[in-house]
Design a binder for this molecule. Structure first.
Ligand code: AMP
Length: 429
C-alpha cells in the first residue's frame, strides 16, 4: 500500500488512485479510478487535438450524478489536453496533484518482444518504446507524447506502461513467425505481434470466471469486435494465436481495415494502379473493411440498411461474418478443445445479428446460440448458448482501462508492500 506525505508533509495519506491514459495521435482518453473498490471517479476524452474544433468531454462519477461537461475550442497539443483534463478533475476535487494518486498507467500499443509485462517507465524504457516506432508508426509516437506529458505533470509519480502486445508474447514461434526469409524478417523485426492484448487478457480471464473455472483450466477463443477487430486463441490462460500481425491490419474484416489480403494486392496497386505506398496504406487501413465495402463502418447503420433491403450492406455483412467463421474454425483446430467462444467490444457486445450469424452452422464444432439469450441486452458477462451446448458461447464486456489500472496498481503496490521503492525500470528481457 502506498503512503505519501501530504503537501504539508504531516499525516500520511493512502495513495490508492490510478490515472489511466490512452493517448492517440489526436486524442487522449483518461479515467481516474479508486483502487479501494476499483470504481471510476471520473472519465474523459479530449479529441481533435491541434485542430480548431478540439473538444473535451469530462464526466465526474462521484456523488451519484454523471453529468458530462464539454469544452470546445482549440487544444494545441497533448500537454494542453492533459492540462485541461487536470483542470476538470481539480474542479471535482480530484486534482492530479493529490497525494492520493498512486500512479499513472499508460496504454502503449507496441512493446515488441521485450516487454512481456507492465513496466515502470524509465528513460531507458522510453528509449526502447521509441525504438519500436518503425513497427508502430501510428501509435507509439502518440503514446510517448502522452507519457512525457504526464511525467512533466507529476515527475514524482511512478508511470507504468501496459502494452497491447504483451499478452501475445506467449505465442509459439511457429505461430508468430511469417514464412519469409529469416534474415530479412529478423533484420527488420518482422513477425506477428498481435494487439488488443489487454482486452484479450481481461476477457479470457472473465470468461473462465463465468464458467466457474480458473483460466488455467479453460481454452477460449476471444473475438474482440470493435472498430478494430481481432481474434485470439487462449489455451490455459496463455495466448497461443492471434489474428493481428506486425501491425493491426492483419486478420478480421474491421470497420475501416481490410484484414487478411493477398500481399500481392499491394504490388499490383503500385505497379498497375500507380498508387504510392502511402496511398495504399490509407486505402487498406482507412478506406477498406466495412467502410470500403459499403460506405458505413457502424454495424448499427449496416443492419438498418440490410433491413431496408440494401444489397451492398448485406454483402459487407456476409464478408465480415465469413471471415469470423474462418477464424473460429481455424482457432478451434489450433486449440484442439474449446471451452468457450467469447464476443467482446462494440460489435461483439451489442450486435446480436453478428453473433448469431458467426455461430450459425457450427453445430459440428459444438457451437450453438440460444436466440432468447442472444437477444438479452446487458452490461454483464453472460452465456448466450443453451445449457446442452458442448461449447459455451458468451458475451463479456471488455474493460481495458480497468485492466490497465489493475496491472498498474498491482505493479506499484507489489513493490511498495515489499517495503521498496517502485523499481526504476522493470524491464523484461
Ligand atoms: P469499439 O471500437 O469497441 O468502441 O466499437 C465501435 C463499434 O461498435 C462501432 O463502430 C459500431 O460498429 C459498433 N457498435 C456500437 N454500438 C453498437 C450497437 N448497439 N449495435 C451494433 N453495433 C454497435
Amino acid at each position: 500500500m502506498t503512503t505519501t506525505p501530504t503537501k504539508e508533509g504531516s499525516a500520511a495519506v493512502q495513495a490508492r488512485r490510478v490515472l489511466v491514459l490512452n493517448s492517440g495521435s489526436s486524442s487522449v482518453k483518461y479515467q481516474l479510478l479508486d483502487m479501494n473498490d476499483r470504481s471510476r471517479l471520473a472519465i474523459g476524452l479530449v479529441e481533435r487535438i491541434g485542430e480548431e474544433t478540439s473538444r473535451l468531454l469530462h464526466t465526474p462519477l462521484t456523488g451519484g450524478g454523471a453529468e458530462t461537461r464539454e469544452r470546445n475550442g482549440r487544444i494545441a497539443d497533448h500537454a494542453a489536453a492533459l492540462k485541461a483534463a487536470a483542470e476538470e478533475l481539480a474542479a471535482d476535487g480530484l486534482g492530479l496533484d493529490s497525494p492520493e494518486l498512486a500512479a499513472i498507467g499508460h496504454r502503449v500499443v507496441h512493446g515488441g518482444l521485450r516487454f512481456t509485462r507492465p513496466t515502470v517507465i524509465t528513460d531507458e524504457v522510453l528509449t526502447e518504446i521509441e525504438r519500436l516506432v518503425p513497427v508502430a508508426p501510428l501509435h507509439n509516437p502518440a503514446n510517448i507524447t502522452g507519457i512525457r506529458t504526464a511525467q512533466a505533470l507529476r515527475p514524482d509519480l511512478p508511470q507504468v506502461a501496459v502494452f497491447d502486445t504483451a499478452f501475445h508474447t506467449t505465442m509459439p514461434e511457429y505461430a508468430a513467425r511469417y514464412a519469409i526469409d529469416v534474415e530479412t524478417a529478423d533484420a527488420h523485426r518482422i513477425r506477428r505481434y498481435g494487439f488488443h492484448g489487454t482486452s484479450h487478457a481481461y476477457v479470457s480471464r472473465k470468461a473462465a470466471e463465468l464458467l466457474g473455472r480458473t483460466p488455467e483450466e479453460v481454452n477460449v477463443i476471444v473475438l474482440h469486435l470493435g472498430n478494430g477487430a481481432s481474434a485470439s486463441a487462449v489455451a490455459a490462460g496463455r495466448c497461443v494465436e492471434t489474428s493481428m500481425g506486425l501491425t493491426p491490419l492483419e486478420g478480421l474484416v474491421m470497420g475501416t481495415r481490410s484484414g487478411d489480403i493477398d500481399p500481392a494486392v499491394t504490388f499490383h496497386l503500385k505497379r498497375v494502379a500507380g498508387m504510392s505506398t502511402d496511398e495504399i496504406d490509407v486505402l487498406l487501413n482507412k478506406k477498406s473493411g466495412l467502410v470500403g465495402l459499403c460506405g458505413d463502418n457502424d454495424m448499427r447503420e449496416i443492419r438498418r440498411r440490410i433491413d431496408e433491403g440494401d444489397e451492398r450492406a448485406a454483402l459487407a455483412f456476409d464478408i465480415y461474418v465469413h471471415r469470423l467463421k474462418k477464424y473460429i474454425g481455424a482457432y478451434s483446430a489450433v486449440l484442439g478443445r474449446v471451452d468457450a467462444v467469447v464476443f467482446t467490444a462494440g460489435v461483439g457486445e451489442n450486435s446480436a445479428p453478428v453473433r448469431e450469424a458467426a455461430i450459425a452452422g457450427l453445430e459440428e464444432l459444438g457451437l450453438v446460440v440460444d436466440a432468447d439469450l442472444n437477444a438479452v441486452r446487458s452490461g454483464e458477462p453472460r452465456l448466450i448458448s443453451p445449457n446442452y451446448a458442448r461449447v459455451a458461447v458468451a458475451v463479456v464486456p471488455t474493460d481495458e482501462e480497468l485492466e490497465i489500472a489493475d496491472q498498474t496498481f498491482a505493479l506499484v503496490g507489489r513493490a511498495e508492500s515489499a517495503g521498496q521503492e517502485v523499481p526504476a525500470g522493470q524491464v523484461d528481457n
